[in-house]
Structure formats: C-alpha cells, structure tokens
Ligand binder design. Structure first.
Ligand code: DHK
Length: 154
C-alpha cells in the first residue's frame, strides 16, 4: 500500500476582491480565475508531495481566523492579502504569531503601481515575497514554500 504523507497542508489564503479574478481589471490581474489558480497550486503542490487548503475572503477577521487555524492545521502559509496587505496591522500580527514559513504573493507588481501599493504590512513577517508574475506567482510561491518546508524538515 502507498505510504501516505503526514505533512499538513499549505494554506493558500486570498483577501478581498480576489474572488473577481478573471473579470476584474484583467489588464492588471490577468484572465485566470481564482478557481483556476487553485487548481494550479494543487497540482504544483502535488509534485512536491504536498497538499493545499485554498481559501478566499473579503473579510479581514475571517482571514485572521484562518491564519490562527493555520498554526495547528498547516505546515506553511501563502498569502495574497489584496488591499489588506497595505493596511492591516491585524494580519501582520496574526502572521507574526505563526511559527510556520509565510510567503507573500501578488499577481501584479505593486512597486510598479500607485505609491499607496508600495508598502506592505505583510512583507516584514514573510520569509519572502513573490510579485508580478500573474497567476504564475502562486506556482512560484508553492515551489518557494515547498523548499522552506523541506529545509526545516531536513
Ligand atoms: C491584489 C490586490 O487586490 C491589490 O489590492 C494589491 C494585489 C495587489 C495583487 O497584485 O495580487 O495592491
């Protein structure tokens, strides 16, 4: 019988307005939907022998609940906080309290956009940040967190 991995899943958490991907400003965010990105992350994680819990919320408190849940139910967190990335001390604190690796991800390159997007409150509590590669940012983030997880396990 195949040996089942005991490694807990990677939580991939998405903040406000990301449910509109594919229809929302496609020139900036691309035409790939969030459901398609979920599939991409699940498939990529599987190549590393890892699984994914993929969620989206427009509500800051719900994102915080999921980060707290990730403390015991995940092995690492990939987060696109949407606009909360630029504003939320509460998300910063929740991520800071997590012992697992955190990778921040964005579809667009916020540094090439408006000034108010140049600062992220999440970056200081992330191990690394991947921005600007569209939906592919998430796939790169899976590779990054997989190597962090394997590094800490080895
Ligand atoms: C998504 C958002 O919703 C914006 O508020 C951020 C980010 C950028 C992204 O590119 O994924 O500024």
């Amino acid at each position: 019988m195949a040996k089942k991995s005991k490694t807990l899943p990677i939580y991939v958490l998405n903040g406000p307005n990301l449910n509109l991907l594919g229809r929302r400003e496609p020139d900036i965010y691309g035409r790939t939907t969030l459901a398609e990105i979920e599939q991409m992350t699940v498939q990529r994680a599987d190549t590393h022998g890892l699984s994914v819990v993929f969620r989206q919320s427009n509500h800051e408190g719900e994102l915080i609940d999921w980060i707290q849940e990730a403390r015991t139910k995940s092995t690492g967190v990939i987060i696109n906080g949407g606009a909360y990335s630029h504003t939320s001390l509460a998300l910063h604190d929740a991520l800071r309290a997590l012992d697992h690796p955190v990778v921040e991800v964005h579809l667009s390159n916020p540094f090439a956009r408006e000034d108010f997007r140049h600062h992220s409150r999440l970056s200081p509590v992330a191990k690394g940040v991947i921005v600007g590669f569209g939906a592919q940012s998430y796939v790169l983030a899976i590779d990054a967190i997989a190597s962090l997880i394997k590094g800490s396990a080895g």
